[in-house]
Design a protein around this ligand. Structure first.
Ligand code: ZN
Length: 140
């Protein structure tokens, strides 16, 4: 992905944050995590800059921001991921914070039907399932 293509000038922090998002094996990262990973690899980019760049990326549709709400009074967790243009939904573990992506054609079709039944068509949707680890003892 190129910064200039989306109308952003190439700066060191922008380039480093974009590279990190492209290369990380964890697709969904908080600003804090991005900040820590950059500093671990020797890039001294301030947290305020990380937030600023992420919001510029969001406006340029380079990244998507998700506000995952684990509930139970826990803080909302803003996560960022590269905008790959493909639709997917999320599962968030309320205990570990792990994020899993999924696409289910049957759910997509159902959502389409529900919107249609109410006289609409889907412009955009975002489905988040909050999960917890399976209690194996409870299984027969
Ligand atoms: Zn995702």
């Amino acid at each position: 992905m190129e910064l200039r293509k989306v109308g952003l000038k190439v700066t060191h922090p922008r380039l480093q944050i974009l590279r990190l998002l492209e290369q990380t094996d964890r697709k969904h990262l908080t600003a804090d995590e991005i900040y820590r990973l950059l500093n671990e690899q020797g890039d001294e980019i301030g947290l305020a800059t990380v937030y600023r760049v992420l919001s510029q990326f969001e406006q340029a549709c380079l990244v998507r921001k998700h506000m995952f709400d684990p509930g139970s009074g826990r803080a909302l967790q803003a996560c960022y991921e590269l905008h790959d243009g493909e639709h997917h939904d999320h599962m968030v573990c309320v205990e570990t914070g792990d994020v899993v992506e999924f696409v289910d054609p049957e759910i997509e079709e159902r959502l389409h039907q529900i919107a249609k039944r109410h006289g609409f068509q889907i412009a955009e949707h975002s489905l988040v399932i909050y999960v917890k680890p399976r209690d194996r003892r409870a299984e027969g």
